[in-house]
Ligand binder design. Structure first.
Ligand code: PLP
Length: 427
């Protein structure tokens, strides 16, 4: 293959700055609002609430902080206040997306709850409504569901919301990866970040817009917004000295970070367009290979195309085995595997990544329940009876899929080379 490695590394998804960010950061410096209060924070809370279509936004130090306080709010609402040294979800199950980043689900453990992982569906690579329905059959007392929109493609929120409403369960929406993605709910287009009872976004360095770090909690409830704001600033009571009646956190966003976010917001649309163009170029360039891009329903969703991914057809997978540190594959003409493609991309100085490893397979959560569309997703084989092929969509995506370089600064020419590299893996 006569291709030279990229001189400048092609990233999966790196920050893209425009200049205004530095200006607003400097404004914070020059006005001495080098704190967790200031104009940048006020402006971005207003702008993001208005963009997403929610009444209130609370700027926090990261998306994980937002998810934690959302989980705590939901826990208090459902089960009442907890003692300071205990979580609000003690002894409770929470249904959670399985193929997601662990920051989605860790807050359930922070609050002493137990996540039950719900298998993924092929249509959107998100929580399967069928598996969720099954989970309610098995754990009918569960009252909280955490849904993430993987790689910026909205989950089937219409179905998920209907199932949750039927069972009286609340929804925490993890829109960390999907800012700017839209979903047709009840015939009306809505932004992700407005589809749950508690909604969270992230401004992590790899996200579609960034503050280098940062996150937000979004709600229509004034009371919830005020509670999150209070908890995030150490739960200070109204007294002349530091007084506390509830456990507090130092989770508020810095006004300097808010300056970066403020400078990024006007460029969200531009980033969305760039990410979409990257997805479309991959789709066209890879159309003759036995692969499929991460799917979405064009009738009901407009993804933000944060990451472009591919899934190798089952019969085009060469043999591969992987453990945490090593991988082996046997190259076969017309076939390939994620290991071969990722290793080859790395050789040419381009960053890809495996599909997020399902939560039910993570060592930390391996003892937690996992529910598929067929029921209990663990212990599916039988030494004495041939039970046939078991369903575990998340593991299948993990085995056959990968994330492609999706940086919005990648040029079409560079992307064409990435496509060529991938094509060569199948020769
Ligand atoms: C799905 C998902 N949830 C939560 C988070 C956590 O956000 P943050 O890094 O801002 O804490 C991330 C990524 O970082 C994520 O991808």
């Amino acid at each position: 293959m006569n291709i030279k490695p990229f001189e400048k590394k092609l990233w999966l998804s790196s920050p893209t700055m425009h200049g205004e960010e530095a200006q607003y950061m400097m404004e914070a410096y020059e006005t001495n609002w080098m704190s967790t209060v200031g104009k940048n924070i006020d402006v971005i809370e207003e702008e993001m609430a208005s963009y997403i279509g929610m009444k209130y936004a609370v700027a926090l130090s990261c998306g994980t902080a937002s998810l934690h306080l959302a989980t705590k709010l939901a826990g208090e609402k459902l089960y009442g206040m907890a003692r300071p040294n205990q979580g609000t979800l003690q002894g409770k199950h929470v249904f959670a997306s399985d193929v997601t980043f662990d920051a989605s689900v860790n807050p359930v453990a922070y609050e002493d709850g137990e996540a039950v992982f719900i298998d993924t569906e092929y249509d959107s690579w998100n929580m399967s409504p069928e598996a969720l329905e099954k989970a309610f059959e098995i754990y009918p007392d569960t009252k909280l569901v955490l849904v993430a929109h993987l790689y910026g493609t909205p989950a089937k929120m219409q179905e998920i919301r209907e199932i949750c409403a039927k069972h009286g369960a609340l929804i925490i929406e993890d829109a960390a990866e999907s800012l700017g993605a839209k979903y047709l709910l009840n015939g009306k287009w809505q932004e992700t970040g407005s589809l749950g009872d508690y909604n969270c976004i992230s401004f992590n360095g790899n996200k579609i817009i960034t503050g280098s770090t940062g996150g937000m909690f979004l709600t229509d409830s004034k009371e919830d917004a005020e509670k999150v704001r209070k908890w995030s600033t150490q739960s200070r009571e109204d007294a002349p000295w530091y007084q506390h009646e509830e456990i507090g956190y130092n989770y508020r966003m810095s006004n300097v970070i808010a300056g970066v976010v403020r400078g990024q917001i006007p460029h969200l649309k531009e980033h969305l367009d760039q990410k979409k163009a990257i997805y479309e170029r991959y789709k066209e360039g890879l159309k003759d290979l036995p692969v499929k891009m991460n799917p979405y329903d064009p009738e009901r969703t407009i993804p933000n195309f944060w990451l472009s991914c591919l899934l190798i057809d089952e019969d085009a997978m060469c043999r591969q085995v992987r453990d945490d540190h090593k991988a082996l594959y046997v190259h076969e003409p017309g076939k390939s595997c994620p290991t071969e493609i990722l290793e080859t991309l790395a050789k040419y100085n381009a960053e890809g990544r495996p599909i997020w490893k399902p939560m039910h397979a993570q060592p930390i959560y391996v003892n937690h329940a996992f529910i598929t569309a067929e029921g209990n997703g663990r212990g599916l084989s039988n030494a004495y009876i041939d039970t046939g092929k078991s369903v575990d969509v998340g593991t299948d995506l993990f085995n056959r899929g990968l994330c492609l370089p999706s940086d919005n600064k990648m040029t079409p020419e560079e992307q064409d080379i990435v496509i060529e590299i991938i094509k060569n893996c199948f020769i």
